[in-house]
Design a protein. Structure first.
Length: 171
């Protein structure tokens, strides 16, 4: 005879102290600081903020959703070659191994996860929000867009390539 499955955990709502949440006008600066910090500490690479809105190749898009006290998406877009280079540096692997593209997808998803997690903690919403599993989209001719979201955008320079990072927050 099999034992019954244990009951599912009950998620209790987390109370958010409004006074502890940074105002939205400060979020772009926090996003910038967080992205640069994550690339430096977790990936081991230096990125710099590009002047103005610069377009780069966008063959790989990583997305992590943030849900709870806010609804948002953190999105990171880059070229396939930049994704492979990031994975090689982050994971300490050879960029020329046959499985480097799959490692690039995993690494990009993890970078998105870490940036989104640090960001929500820094603005004061750490325990009041959960993160989705990262989603990776690849291709040469696609567009990703959400409706009814305010969008904060960053253009980061990594080894001569542009990484496009953005946070879309539901209105």
């Amino acid at each position: 005879m099999t034992e019954p499955a244990p009951p599912a955990p009950v998620l209790k709502p987390v109370r958010v102290e409004l006074a502890s949440i940074l105002p939205r006008k400060a979020w772009h600066g926090v996003l910038t600081e967080t992205a640069i910090e994550v690339f430096s500490v977790m990936v081991g690479v230096n990125v710099t903020l590009a002047d103005g809105k610069t377009q780069g190749a966008k063959h790989v898009t990583g997305i992590v959703g943030i849900g709870g006290a806010i609804r948002a998406n953190f999105i990171l877009q880059c070229s396939s070659s930049a994704a492979v280079k990031l994975a090689a540096q982050m994971l300490g692997i050879d960029a020329n191994i046959p499985d480097s593209q799959n490692a690039a997808f995993d690494a990009l998803g993890e970078i998105c996860n870490i940036v989104a997690g640090y960001f929500k903690a820094k603005v004061g919403l750490g325990d009041a929000c959960m993160l989705s599993v990262p989603t990776i989209i690849t291709g040469q001719d696609y567009r990703f867009h959400s409706s009814a979201y305010d969008r904060m955008e960053l253009a980061l320079i990594y080894e001569g390539e542009i990484l496009s990072a953005s946070l879309e927050v539901a209105q």
